[in-house]
Design a protein around this ligand. Structure first.
Ligand code: C2E
Ligand code: MG
Ligand code: MG
Ligand code: MG
Length: 281
C-alpha cells in the first residue's frame, strides 16, 4: 500500500532507509575489523582503598578509536557487539590485555594483598561456555596471582538465567578468578538471593553515590551493612568529589572508584600511578 500511495515522500523515506541500513553495515564491518586494525584500547581506572587512599586495583574499560568517527564509548558499541557476536572477540581481547598488564604490575610491586584488575563480562559471553576456557587460558598464560583477576557482572545479567549463571560462576570461581557484582542497586537488588553466587565484591552503583550530595544516604547505608554481613568487599562507583570519598569511608565502604581518584587512563599512566616499572609492551 505504501508503494501505491506514490509520491516523493516515499522515495525520500526509502533513500533514508537505505542510508541507515548502509551506515549500520559500515559500522558493523568496521567493528569486525577494529581489533585487527588496532583501534580498540583498554583503559584502566584506579580503584582506591579508602582507609589509606592507596591504589588497590583497576577496572579495565574498553574504548574504540574509529578512524573517521573518533573515540566511541562502550555504551555505543558494546550493544552492537553483543548483537552480532563480536563481543566474544572483544571479551577475549580485554581479558588478555588486562591479565598481561596485571601480571606486569604484580612482577614489579610486592604488595599484600596483591593489586587486582577487573574486566566486565556481558550476557553473550557468560552464556557461551567457552568463557571458562578463555578464563582458564588467560590465568595460566599470564601468571597473575590467584583471585587478583576479577570479572564484573551485573545483577540483570545474572538474573537472565540464574540457574545457568550460578553454575558458570561457581566454575569460574573454582578456576581462581574473583567475581564482582557490578552496578548493584539498579536491578533486582536481592543481595540475600545473590548470596548463593560466589561473588566476593559488590560495586554499588553510582546513582547511590550521587545521593550523598543531597544527604540521602539511607539506601547506601543499608546496602553497605548488608554487604558487610555477607562478608563481601564493597566498592562504591562514581566517587567524584572529596566529600563523596569521605562520606563513603565513614559509611564503611572499603574501596571507591571515580573521577575523584582518577579517570580511565592509558596503560602507561596506570603504571606510573602504581609505580610499576615500565616494561617493553
Ligand atoms: P561499568 O562497568 O559500570 O563502568 C563504570 C563506568 O562509569 C565507566 O564508563 C566509567 O568511565 C564511568 N565512571 C567512572 N568513574 C566515574 C565518575 O566518577 N563519574 C561518572 N559519571 N562516571 C564514572 P564507561 O567506560 O563509559 O563504560 C560504560 C559501561 O560499558 C561499563 O559500565 C560497562 O558496563 C561497559 N563496558 C566497558 N568496557 C567493557 C568491556 O570491556 N566489556 C564489556 N562487556 N562491557 C564494557
Ligand atoms: Mg564494571
Ligand atoms: Mg559499574
Ligand atoms: Mg555501569
Amino acid at each position: 500500500q505504501a508503494k501505491r500511495a506514490g509520491g516523493d515522500r516515499i522515495e525520500i523515506f526509502r533513500a533514508n532507509m537505505r542510508n541507515e541500513r548502509s551506515d549500520r553495515l559500515v559500522l558493523e564491518s568496521d567493528l569486525r575489523r577494529s581489533l585487527e586494525r588496532n583501534e580498540m584500547k583498554v583503559l584502566f581506572q584506579p580503584i582506591v582503598r579508602l582507609e589509606d587512599r592507596t591504589v588497590a586495583g583497576f577496572e579495565a574499560l574498553l574504548r574504540w578509536d574509529h578512524p573517521k568517527l573518533g573515540r566511541i564509548p562502550p555504551a555505543t558499541f558494546i550493544p552492537a557487539a553483543e548483537e552480532n557476536g563480536f563481543i566474544v572477540n572483544l571479551g577475549v581481547f580485554v581479558l588478555e590485555r588486562a591479565a598481561i598488564e596485571l601480571a606486569a604490575w604484580q612482577r614489579s610491586l610486592d604488595v599484600e594483598p596483591p593489586i587486582f584488575a577487573s574486566v566486565n563480562v556481558s550476557s553473550r559471553q557468560l552464556l557461551r561456555h567457552d568463557l571458562l576456557h578463555d578464563v582458564k587460558t588467560v590465568l595460566a598464560r599470564s601468571g597473575v596471582l590467584p583471585g587478583s583477576l576479577k570479572l564484573e557482572l551485573t545483577e540483570s545479567l545474572v538474573m537472565e538465567n540464574p540457574e545457568y549463571a550460578a553454575q558458570m560462576l561457581a566454575r569460574i570461581h573454582d578456576l581462581g578468578a574473583g567475581l564482582s557484582l557490578d552496578d548493584f542497586g539498579t536491578g533486582y537488588s536481592a543481595l540475600s538471593y545473590l548470596q548463593r553466587f560466589p561473588f566476593d565484591t559488590i560495586k554499588i552503583d553510582q546513582s547511590f553515590v550521587r545521593q550523598i550530595a543531597t544527604g540521602q544516604t539511607a539506601i547506601l547505608r543499608s546496602i553497605v551493612r548488608m554487604a558487610q554481613e555477607l562478608g563481601l568487599a564493597i566498592i562504591a562507583e562514581g566517587a567524584e568529589t572529596e566529600a563523596d570519598a569521605q562520606a563513603l569511608a565513614e559509611l564503611g565502604c572499603d574501596y571507591a572508584q571515580g573521577f575523584a581518584f582518577g579517570e580511565p587512563m592509558s596503560m602507561l599512566q596506570a603504571r606510573q600511578l602504581v609505580g610499576a616499572a615500565p616494561e617493553a609492551a
